[in-house]
Design a binder for this molecule. Structure first.
Ligand code: PLP
Length: 408
């Protein structure tokens, strides 16, 4: 028997209203269908420089070192951690959800001396708590998550970079979930390294991790540079610090690659670069402020609708992310059955949850291209119908009316 060729890929139409990935902006998909260029073709290096400039605007920073790490958002996280954290050095990590745990897991693999500020899932740290922990532990690196999709909460970061500088600590923030939908003010917050992804509010596919690095962090990372013997230039000597224990995620080498030197490292993921560049163009064309307002509006309308239906929202209003909303699954309702009805009858995906929140909340995303009125109303209508069919008592039509009312 000849092996099957299977079917051509032709995914069913889905409205992705979960915590990511989301439906990709058509302009991004179109950009990604363009043909390859050689990686040192001036047209390609021009695109690379333009991408750096576009992401400086998205990150609201002047940082020279603003570029892409090839891989999903986790590649940006891992590149930041492996480049900032030396073996045996002390790292302070805020852990208030799944992604904070990921940071400490990565730091553990790096042989770091890990100190944690542990909070309940859904809580955020106050500046005082962070300062106390910096004073107590005296770390070399501070790391936290901005918006953690596992809890739907956003850690306030105003003043946190300055606190880290006061104690001579390098700071890292994972802003994957918030970048392009909620303000990520890298320079204003004085955070040294911030990384993101495309598949949340940036409206792109997973597979590229924009990152930005302050001069002082770049200097530190460059001091860990040990160039491959075969490509070392005559003027290059190795740095004074321990070598970064990863080749692919060595930010010193990746900076050399994105610099005018264009020292060969990996082959830039051409198609992902086209996508990341177009995603940033779409974001900036809309305007950051308008985009933030659209995300606030979409989640505000969603919340009004959910509450109108008699459901309770997870977490406190003050720290909620404006792009993913957690909602308590009502007693007696099977959360997975509702998700199946949403998917099979309406073609809509909403998210489940992890860890202590597994089976207790759904997570509904209003991100990027999907953060619009028709999608919010359609999702609420479908959720209401699914809940009614599973025996949950709510008065019909109230949710959609409340959301339409709330939409300004
Ligand atoms: C979604 C998300 C990621 C995703 O990482 P991937 O490698 O792209 O799956 C990382 N960090 C946070 C905070 C997220 O919300």
């Amino acid at each position: 028997m000849t092996p099957s060729l299977f079917r051509q890929i032709d995914p069913p139409r889905r409205l992705l209203m979960g915590p990511g990935p989301i439906n990709v902006h058509p302009r991004v998909l179109r950009a990604m269908s363009a043909d390859m260029l050689g990686q040192f073709d001036p047209e390609m290096t021009g695109y690379m420089n333009e991408t750096m400039s576009l992401y400086r605007q998205v990150f609201m920073t002047e940082n020279r070192w603003t570029f892409l790490v090839d891989g999903t958002a986790r590649a940006g996280i891992e590149a930041a951690m492996v480049s900032l954290v030396e073996p045996g050095s002390r790292v302070l990590i805020v852990r208030a959800g799944r992604f904070g745990l990921l940071l400490s897991e990565i730091a553990e693999r790096l042989g770091a001396d890990i100190r944690t500020l542990d909070l309940l899932w859904g809580e955020v740290a106050t500046p005082d708590q962070i300062e106390e922990a910096l004073k107590e532990h005296r770390p070399q690196v501070f790391a936290c998550i901005h918006g953690d999709t596992s809890t739907t909460m956003a850690q306030p970061l105003e003043g946190i970079g300055a606190l880290c500088r006061k104690y001579d600590v390098l700071s890292y923030v994972d802003a994957t979930a918030t970048l392009g939908g909620v303000p990520v003010c890298v320079d204003q917050w004085e955070i040294d390294v911030v990384s993101g992804g495309l598949q949340k509010c940036m409206g792109g596919p997973p597979g590229s991790a924009p990152i930005t690095i302050s001069n002082r962090a770049a200097e530190f990372i460059m001091s860990r540079r040990h160039v491959e013997a075969g490509i070392r230039g005559a003027d290059q000597t190795d740095g004074q610090r321990s070598r970064i224990p990863s080749n692919y995620f060595d930010l010193a080498m990746i900076m050399d690659y994105w610099s005018e030197k264009r020292l060969n490292h990996h082959t830039e993921a051409t198609t992902m670069l086209y996508g990341a560049r177009e995603a940033a163009r779409v974001v900036l064309e809309e305007g950051l402020e308008a985009r933030f307002a659209r995300h606030r509006n979409a989640s505000g309308a969603l919340i009004a609708g959910l509450r109108g239906m008699g459901l309770s929202i997870f977490g406190d209003d003050a720290h909620r992310m404006a792009n993913v909303t957690g909602v308590w699954i009502p007693d007696g309702v099977n959360g997975e059955a509702i998700r199946s009805v949403m998917r099979d009858d309406f073609g809509i995906e909403i998210g489940t949850a992890f860890g202590p929140l597994a089976g207790r909340i759904w997570r509904i995303g209003t991100m990027g291209y999907n953060a619009c009125k028709p999608n919010v109303l359609t999702t609420l209508g479908a959720l209401e119908a699914a809940l009614v069919s599973e025996g949950f008592a709510c008065s019909r039509g109230v949710a959609v009316d409340a959301a339409r009312e709330a939409w300004r």
